[in-house]
Ligand binder design. Structure first.
Ligand SMILES: [Zn+2]
Length: 414
């Protein structure tokens, strides 16, 4: 049939997934197929393989053994727990300040530093510059998050070279977790290529300097990926814990809440209270843009993950997506104020970046989501007794449409 879009028969991802997805004869997507490795691999063996990899980097004295990129949210507590308490490595934590910090994010970052007794290096790029680049990428690519993505994927690599700490330890690999781009057994490591193609949707720092932009080398150099020569000289490599440990963000966050007092919070547009709680925008305005460009939002990512972990049925996942994906944005005013643009101007820019495969302009500036011609081979519902899916909210920190970004903060008393 014309314009047919295939949807996985287990989860809710479709062939429109921006990371690329394939389907087998039963119509099961590559992400669901690779996820099944989580129940078939010998994770004890995998963990032994990890121990072998890190051994040469373990200095055994008071020196940094590795770099761990962190934020005040998603998976950071668990990654640091594994690195410091289980692998017994001494990490230097590094974080890129994206300036959209929630009080909760600042608090979790402080908690991370204090509870795990680690040093933390923060990169605060001149905010005027960040705003200038943000305006450019927002206009040109419909992405105001480019500096955040570029910064958080490059600062750890630059630090590895500057401090001569060659091993970088990341959490899960997004391409494996979402779309099964590789097997866990491929043990893929961090690459310049993946960062450019997927993290940065094909746009490197140098691509921002064009005849039509006012950005110069002096504006973008801090977002440049280091030269291959420097990377080889220091032997820099980045490994993903998800290849060696059975990755389950919900279970991990719950363990971190219990053991280390990780704080979570409810956000408007999804049911997951653990993910990205450090940022006013990731699960708000950024999520809205994801919806305009890809036709789905973060709640679909969360629902697909929960289906695969057999905690959510396909039927109820669809209900959750329906309930959350069109929820009103809560924190747009803060963004408009920060970047100095009005709401009408912002909408104008965003409408230009709507995916025409997904949206119809029914009247000038009024858009309606098209009825997509979804095709699914026999829908599979692989859980029998579904229980109420519970995500904990353990923070009393309130965030409303009036609360301001904490551009730099030292955190709450513990
Ligand atoms: Zn799937």
């Amino acid at each position: 049939m014309k314009n047919e879009i295939q949807q996985c028969s287990k989860c809710l991802y479709t062939s429109l997934h921006p990371l690329g997805i394939t389907f087998n004869n039963e119509g099961v997507c590559s992400g669901c197929q690779i996820h099944e490795e989580k129940d078939s691999l010998d994770w004890n063996d995998r963990f032994q393989a990890l121990k072998k990899i890190i051994k040469p980097y373990q200095k055994g004295k008071k020196q940094y053994d590795c770099i761990v990129p962190v934020t005040g949210a998603n998976d950071s507590h668990y990654i640091v727990h594994v690195v410091k308490n289980i692998l017994k490595l001494e990490p230097l934590l590094v974080t890129y300040n994206k300036y959209f910090n929630t009080p909760l994010g600042i608090r979790n970052l402080a908690n991370l530093r204090i509870k795990f007794d680690c040093d933390l290096l923060t990169q605060n790029i001149n905010p005027h510059l960040v705003k200038k680049i943000t305006k450019h990428t927002l206009r040109k690519y419909g992405s105001f998050y480019w500096p955040c993505l570029a910064g958080q994927t490059v600062f750890p690599v630059q630090t590895a070279i500057r401090y001569k700490i060659p091993l970088i330890i990341w959490g899960a690999h997004q391409g494996i977790e979402q779309v099964g781009m590789f097997s866990h057994l491929h043990e893929v490591e961090m690459t310049r290529r993946y960062r450019k193609d997927h993290d940065l949707f094909g746009v490197e720092a140098e691509d921002l300097i064009t005849d039509f932009s006012t950005l110069t080398e002096g504006d973008i150099w801090q977002y440049r990926y280091p030269d291959d020569g420097d990377l080889h000289l220091e032997g820099v490599r980045g490994i993903y814990l998800g290849n060696y440990i059975r990755w389950d963000p919900k279970a991990q966050h719950e363990a971190m809440i219990k053991e280390f007092n990780y704080k979570s919070s409810k956000f408007h547009r999804t049911f997951d209270t653990y993910d990205h709680v450090d940022c006013y925008n990731f699960m708000d305005l950024h999520d809205h843009i994801k919806f305009l460009k890809n036709g789905y939002s973060k709640v679909t990512d969360h629902a697909c993950r929960e289906i695969r972990h057999k905690r959510l049925s396909r039927k109820n996942a669809l209900k959750l997506v329906k309930k959350f994906e069109n929820k009103k944005l809560q924190f747009v005013n803060q963004f408009c104020e920060w970047i100095n643009i009005d709401k009408i101007g912002l909408d104008f820019i965003l409408n230009q970046h709507r995916n025409r495969l997904i949206w119809d302009e029914v009247e000038p500036n009024i858009y309606k989501k098209k009825k997509l011609n979804l095709f699914t081979k026999s829908k599979l519902n692989h859980i029998e007794n579904e229980h109420e899916l519970e995500f904990l909210k353990n923070s009393s920190i309130n965030m409303s449409s009036d609360t301001k970004y904490i551009t730099i903060g030292k955190g709450y008393p513990l």
